[in-house]
Design a protein around this ligand. Structure first.
Ligand code: DGI
Ligand code: FE
Ligand code: FE
Ligand code: FE
Length: 188
């Protein structure tokens, strides 16, 4: 409809071709599973489209936003991988006029996950991971889990992303570890 077309126009101005195609695939993947997990289709569409809205912004924009929106100053020690979701949500609210906190939280948590994620946030976290162009060891297993167990799929991504970061000597954002502790270990 008209609002989706307006959003696509704004996204096209912010994103290169391959990322613009990626966000449309994330939207379609989210819609594919929305009914299965009781997620509102309109929210799934919007959140899928905007989740990487800020990914191509210069570092200076994020550093300014961390100050302007009084976000945790420790964020300044991180980089685009963390900022485009956590800080990007603030830019989306201001620049796209999106006020729905469910959508903004889904964007906020799409990279690191979070201890508390709504079904919408879980869906976007997973759709970004398994969209059809993703090709990595384990993606097929993640897609299979996604057909009938959203919690298991979130746990799978969380575990594998943390393992990948550690194997590559990458810094782990504390929220990523908190997500792991909330979603992965068993009860015993
Ligand atoms: O923006 P996309 O590429 O579509 O996907 P994304 O926002 O899920 O970003 C994925 C990247 O973010 C992936 O390369 C792993 C990285 N990442 C996730 N958690 C952390 C992280 N990078 C660091 N350094 N620390 C984290 O805790
Ligand atoms: Fe992203
Ligand atoms: Fe992701
Ligand atoms: Fe993405």
């Amino acid at each position: 409809d008209g609002s989706r077309e307006d959003l696509l126009t704004k996204l096209r101005q912010q994103l290169n071709d391959s990322r613009f195609e990626h966000v449309k695939r994330v939207e379609q993947t989210a819609l594919q599973y929305a009914d299965r997990y009781g997620v509102d289709r309109e929210r799934a569409s919007i959140a899928g489209l905007v989740h990487d809205y800020a990914k191509q912004r210069p570092d200076a924009d994020f550093l300014k936003a961390i100050s302007d929106y009084k976000l945790d100053p420790d964020l300044k020690n991180w980089g685009n991988a963390i900022w485009h979701g956590v800080v990007g949500a603030e830019l989306i609210a201001t620049e796209l006029g999106i006020t729905d906190q469910l959508i903004l939280d889904a964007v906020r948590f799409h990279t690191t996950g979070n201890r508390y994620m709504t079904p919408l946030a879980q869906l976007i976290y997973m759709a970004d991971y398994i969209e059809p162009a993703r090709d990595f060891d384990g993606v097929q297993q993640a897609r299979t889990l996604m057909t009938n167990n959203l919690h298991a799929a979130v746990a799978f991504q969380t575990k594998h992303t943390l393992a990948y970061l550690i194997a590559d000597n990458k810094p782990v954002y504390p929220k990523t570890i908190d997500t792991y502790n909330a979603w992965v270990p068993g009860q015993d």
